[in-house]
Design a protein around this ligand. Structure first.
Ligand code: NAD
Length: 476
């Protein structure tokens, strides 16, 4: 079992307390690694290191920062095989997907390096002999707290744009994926041109080191992805020092399937999304409202798709779906299946829950209702919750009837209807007959309990800058 250390100020460090956490392989339940269990003193060391490096890193010409980011990208590509194996071992991602994720992580650094110069200031018209403009500056030290779903890409999505525009960072990976976070740090530490302290990675529990990071007065901004409940607690920790917070939180994304939808095309996207990464995708489908005219076909074809999913060992090239990330999450998802069946849902496929490892079979629940627990909450697993609706039912109100507002999926051949729904759905993103496509697209929302601010694209990169107003009187 590998013993990891944390990456603070360019050095490999144990927790001040000497305490460690052990992570598990979700396919077997066996231990993977031991990592430091950091506490407030370690968060403090990491924040001090990031702050000490901030003047040098933010003061570099953009081109120099870009070179370091391109080197990180090259190192990720070089180490992608071992990174993908580790993502399978500690997170359960099938190798092929995990390798693709690593390539995506490298792209985030390349994209951010290319895009950073595109974030311009702006001249403001003012009367008289005065010049006024808005200058963008890095926010400072950014504390990142990330969730366990897709830990490698999540690390890249956070670090790349923040570094590109001159911030220094302290990142806390999810404790159950500590090896993935610390191995990322090992790869990144080899990048020439990235000064020690520009990126610090500390591991430990959310309540221990996560809360300490969120509350630390030396942190200027928090970038968080995780559940809405934890998000609220982080906002409370960050409030006394009024930190900027970008929060990517929970969702229960409605899918509206109309009678004229291309069902095969829809399922190619939706069913794939439902089972890829064992359904642990924030942007994935949460509950399906399917028109009665195509309902039977939709359920039948969903089941056919589910039957093609190869559940198994992530290292096996044939595997398309691995386990869920933890026993705790497996029990939570299983509980939703159980409650839906008790409330009258029909098990069209799947439902098996493994004892060895944390697997749940691809599951299709038909004949669900909007008021069932499984349709109200975020399941975050390989479980499709399908609801039939009749012509004339107000499914837009049902879609909007949620404490979340992350995104919605619409499938119809009538583009005019699709665009009208874009106006009526109270969510941060609407996908009409497709899904998210590129690095340029911003993600995240400030709708209801699904978050605050944007991530990705130029909108997301802009969050890592402060806009300083300048006004100069140059007349007599
Ligand atoms: P989580 O909220 O349990 O944990 C997220 C991170 O917060 C972890 O690193 C954890 O250690 C830390 N944490 C926990 N308590 C803390 C505290 N009191 N103070 C500071 N940090 C604390 O989330 P999770 O279960 O790891 O991830 C799944 C959730 O993430 C789902 O709700 C999902 O929707 C959400 N998510 C959202 C997006 C998005 O873009 N909106 C993307 C991915 C995941």
């Amino acid at each position: 079992m590998k013993e990891y250390k944390m990456y603070i100020g360019g050095r490999w460090e144990d927790a001040a307390s000497g305490e460690v956490i052990t992570t598990l392989n979700p396919s077997t339940g066996e231990p993977v690694c031991r990592a430091p269990s950091a506490g407030p003193a370690d968060a403090d060391r990491a924040v001090r290191a990031a702050r000490a490096t901030f003047p040098a890193w933010s003061g570099l010409p953009q081109a120099e920062r870009n070179k370091a980011l391109f080197r990180i990208a090259a190192l990720i590509r070089e180490h992608a095989h071992e990174m993908a194996l580790l993502e399978g071992l500690e997170h359960g991602t099938p190798y092929r997907d995990a390798f693709g994720v690593c390539m995506g992580a490298a792209e985030k650094f390349e994209w951010s390096a290319n895009a950073a110069s595109g974030l311009m200031g702006e001249q403001i018209p003012v009367p008289g002999e005065r010049l006024s403009y808005v200058k963008r500056e890095p926010v400072g030290v950014v504390g990142f707290i990330i969730p366990w779903n897709l830990p490698t890409i999540m690390t890249a999505v956070k670090l790349a744009p923040a570094l590109a525009v001159g911030n220094t960072c302290v990142l806390k990976p999810p404790s159950i994926n500590s090896a993935i976070g610390l191995h990322f740090a090992e790869v990144l530490s080899k990048a020439e041109g990235l000064p020690p302290g520009a990126v610090n990675v500390i591991t430990g529990s959310g309540a221990g080191v996560g809360a300490a990071l969120a509350a630390h007065p030396g942190v200027d901004m928090i970038g968080f992805t995780g559940s809405s409940e934890t998000g609220k607690s982080i906002l409370a920790s960050a409030a006394p020092t009024v930190k900027k917070c970008v929060m990517e939180l929970g969702g229960n994304n409605p899918v509206l399937v109309f009678a004229d939808a291309d069902i095969d095309a829809a399922l190619k996207v939706l069913a794939w999304r439902q089972f890829n990464n064992s359904g642990q995708h924030c942007s994935g489908p949460g509950r399906y409202y399917v028109h009665e005219a195509v309902y039977d076909e939709f359920v039948e074809k969903f089941v056919l798709y589910a039957k093609t999913v190869k559940v198994g060992d992530p290292e096996d090239e044939a595997t398309t779906m691995g386990p869920l990330v933890s026993r705790e999450h497996q029990s939570k998802v299983a509980g939703y299946i159980e409650s839906a069946l008790k409330e009258g849902a029909r098990l069209a496929f799947g439902g098996e829950v493994s004892e060895k490892g944390f697997f749940i079979a691809p599951t299709v629940l038909a004949d669900c209702r909007h008021d069932m627990q499984a349709a109200r909450d975020e399941i975050f697993g390989p479980v499709a919750v399908i609801i039939k609706y009749k012509e004339g039912d107000d499914i837009v109100s049902l879609a909007n009837d949620s404490r979340y507002g992350l995104c919605a999926h619409v499938w119809t051949r009538d583009i005019s209807r699709g665009l009208k729904l874009v106006d009526r759905l109270h969510v941060g993103a609407v996908f009409v007959n497709c899904q998210m496509l590129s690095n340029e697209q911003p993600w995240g929302t400030s709708v209801k309990e699904s978050g605050i601010g944007k991530e990705g694209g130029l909108y997301g990169m802009a969050e890592f800058t402060d806009q300083k107003l300048v006004c100069v009187h140059y007349g007599e």
